[in-house]
Write a protein that binds this ligand. Structure first.
Ligand code: NAD
Length: 477
């Protein structure tokens, strides 16, 4: 039984209600988390506020950095344990779960080093005046986290917030809490004061809603779907609470005829298969120069048919999807494709060892997907790649920008002029040229345009979002 973690102590929910934790690899419950409500959330906010007022506001930037560095080391020490927790909770293949634990440690390391480098400015002004700016923490920051990459998103969001001097109340997804509860315990062990980092689990419409409404939350970092992001932003607007929004994507991979296909193919496959396609930045649309459309689809079809999905611990190309409703969502997209006559190029396999009660989906490559079809417009959040040809550079840009989203674009071309022209014209927060998110990018600012949200997290940039700027103007003498 997992408890909330408030003021460095395990705490049951006030109502005594719990939620079963399901292992997506076989669909069976193996643990329980607390089903918290507004009362539990209120308790966490009070603990955070008290910590801020009594302790945390007096902790220097250097000390915050040292604490975060200790947490980074502690996470690294417990990486295997954390990876196993998240593997079971989310159905992640072993390599992915380990990569996520390593990324969490790296986020804390990065933000540890950033704490004492966040400076204000001095501004030339009237004769006899000095003007300076301070970057002040918001206070109590609320963090609503999705289930697809709990450790990674916690690392970038909570790491940045703590580094900037905030205290945090975290609402993980009801589908994936275990690793984050453990990380909060580790934070207490390395010396974070009681109330600096609190975890309250439960359903979005209950405790998530309470977080969005709570007057004691001074800033919200929301990562999740555009629909819920809109709701959270509306609630926060009622009380003028700033919100960082990191939402969905329908990211294009754009392949020109001069591209190095040997380099592009594995990256294109990985970008839709990683985490079973349940990635905000999944490269879920493939836009291909008509000159190389057919040969590329032949090669990608071969690659797709070799892919295998299976239980997380088998560490195949893909694990299961997170839950049955997500599996049903992917099936609905695929049956719509069938009804619309969209041709399937290839499909991977589901391993014989995969239990029928698990939530598996074989990776699927579709071709000639009309740009207006929902497969080219909406986030599937499953391993389904929608390919379509383009005629020339203008057409490629038009197709790339033809969705409500603008998170990431992959561009594959050796033409230097085209790299810059197209990168400039694409409305997305990230453009990767001849790579697709290589290296994890902890240091690189990340966020979206349009319905992908307007927050920027990761990198140093995140620290600006987790602070408010105060201008101080002094008249001398
Ligand atoms: P979701 O929006 O359903 O849930 C996200 C979080 O919001 C969960 O913790 C959930 O409990 C909570 N929530 C649900 N209803 C709520 C409410 N009424 N009030 C407050 N909180 C509420 O999203 P999900 O299904 O968990 O995650 C998948 C989505 O997240 C996808 O759209 C994906 O693209 C997006 N995502 C974006 C990024 C990014 O950086 N842009 C990263 C990862 C995931």
């Amino acid at each position: 039984m997992q408890l909330n973690f408030i003021a460095n102590a395990p705490v049951p929910s006030c109502s005594g209600r719990t939620i079963a934790v399901i292992d997506p690899s076989h669909g069976q419950a193996f643990d329980q988390i607390q089903r918290s409500n507004a009362e539990d959330l209120g308790m966490a906010v009070r603990a955070a506020r008290q910590c801020m007022d009594s302790v945390w506001s007096k902790v220097t930037a250097v000390q915050r950095g040292r604490l975060l560095m200790r947490l980074s080391a502690k996470v690294a020490e417990h990486a295997e344990e954390l990876a196993l927790l998240e593997q079971r909770d989310c159905g992640k293949p072993t390599r992915q779960a380990r990569a996520d634990a390593a990324a969490l440690s790296r986020y804390f390391e990065f933000y540890a080093g950033a704490c004492d480098k966040l400076h204000g400015e001095t501004i030339p002004y009237l004769d006899g005046y000095s003007v300076l700016t301070w970057r002040e923490p918001h206070g109590v920051t609320g963090h609503i986290i999705p289930w697809n990459y709990p450790m990674q998103i916690f690392g970038r969001s909570v790491g940045g917030a703590l580094a900037a001097g905030n205290v945090c109340v975290v609402k993980p997804s009801e589908d994936a809490c275990l690793s984050l509860i453990r990380v909060a315990q580790l934070a207490a062990e390395v010396g974070f004061p009681a109330g600096a980092l609190n975890i309250v689990t439960g359903y979005g419409h209950e405790v998530g809603d309470a977080l969005a409404r709570h007057a004691g939350i001074d800033h919200i970092s929301f990562t999740g779907s555009p629909r819920i992001g809109t709701l959270v932003q509306q609630l926060a607007a009622e009380r003028h609470c700033p919100v960082t929004l990191e939402l969905g994507g329908k990211s294009p991979q754009i392949v020109f005829a001069d591209a190095d296909l040997d380099a592009a193919i594995p990256a294109i496959v990985n970008a839709i298969v990683q985490n079973s396609g349940q990635t905000c930045s999944a490269g879920s649309r493939l836009l291909v120069d008509e000159q190389v459309y057919e040969p590329l689809l032949v090669r990608l079809g071969e690659a797709f048919s070799k892919l295998r999905a299976g239980p997380a611990a088998m560490d195949l190309d893909l694990g299961p999807l997170i839950r049955q409703s997500q599996q049903q969502r992917v099936w609905d997209f695929l049956s719509d494709a069938q009804v619309a006559g969209i041709p399937m190029v290839a499909q991977g396999q589901i391993a014989d060892e995969a239990p029928d009660t698990g939530f598996y989906q074989a990776p699927t490559l579709l071709r000639d997907v009309p740009v207006t079809h929902r497969l080219a417009q909406e986030e599937v959040f499953g391993p389904v790649l929608a390919a379509m040809p383009f005629r020339d550079e203008d057409h490629a840009v038009e197709l790339a920008n033809a969705t409500q989203f603008g998170l990431v674009a992959g561009l594959w071309t050796r033409d230097g002029g085209r790299q810059f022209r197209v990168a400039k014209r694409i409305r997305s927060g990230q453009v990767f040229i001849n790579n697709y998110g290589a290296g994890g990018g902890v240091e690189l600012p990340f966020g979206g345009f349009k319905a992908s949200g307007h927050g920027r997290e990761k990198g140093f940039e995140a620290l600006y979002g987790f602070t408010a700027l105060k201008t101080v103007a002094i008249r001398h003498g």
